[in-house]
Design a protein around this ligand. Sequence first.
Ligand code: 4GW
Ligand code: MN
Length: 286
Amino acid sequence: MAHCERKLLVKSGNHRKMALNVLSPWLAPIVWDGTYDLSILDKQHNNTRIGLFVFAVKKYIRFLQLFLESAERYFMVGHKVTYYVFTDKVDEVVKPKIADGRILQLHSVVADQRWQDVSMRRMEILTVYTKKHMPNEIDYLVCADVDMVFNDHVGVEILGDLVATIHPGYFLAEPQHFNYERRPISAAYIPDGEGDFYYMAAFYGGKVDKIYRLSMACKNGIIEDKKKNIEALWQEESHLNRYLVYNKPTKVLSPEYIWDTKLPHGEFIKKKRFIAVHKDHQEVRN
Ligand code: 4GW
Ligand code: MN
């Protein structure tokens, strides 16, 4: 029903329908509310261990408490969860009350001066942890921005080999308007006519070995670009998008899984499960 409603809504405007489907052209499910039965999936994932990877350095540490508290309320409730928190101020972390079966790991990380390097640093740290530590600790890893809060259920329906979320600002856009890196000199280059969705780097995940491969590819792309003295348009998000054009996700998350209440077309999004915290960009600048 919800699917039909979305299709009806799209008729009222001149929008692209692709993201409103429940299957991608390569037959990956696009997860919308109403497309899955949680009681079946919860049983299947009875023993699944899930990691949630998040970076909070410099001023972004202010977002961490609400992020973690909201995750306790909505993220993988009833499952085995390990939080992997990376921060430059381990001592300042306010630890929330954590449910049984859930673990909070705090890791110290250097704070890069340039904010562009901070967000790219996440990829490098990911390559290390998905190789060394996580394979023994978890089955699936979910990577998230910290300037977000969980606002509704996010559970095992999002798990898959390689999972990415459609950017809420581009879900009705034509591919030529996607914010892909279009300069052929960059390792993140995506030629015109290629690419299915514009994915947002604020929420993606998969099996640990799949995220290892993804993060290695993105890290290498970032290094290649740095050698040429260039930086992709949207830093690691550009490299992520490039990777996902040629390594299609096995599951795609609808914008229910990254929403921003400032955006238009909220009427398509019945459940706003993970929403951006509005920030003063000048004020959080390092
Ligand atoms: C501008 O001054 C900054 S600071 C842009 C990102 C910054 C930043 C980002 C930071 O100082 N500390 C930090 O931990 N991050 C991490 O990178 C944090 O997890 C954040 O959610 C993620 C991506 O940055 P962002 O959320 O600002 O990116 P958008 O604007 O795309 O949500
Ligand atoms: Mn963010």
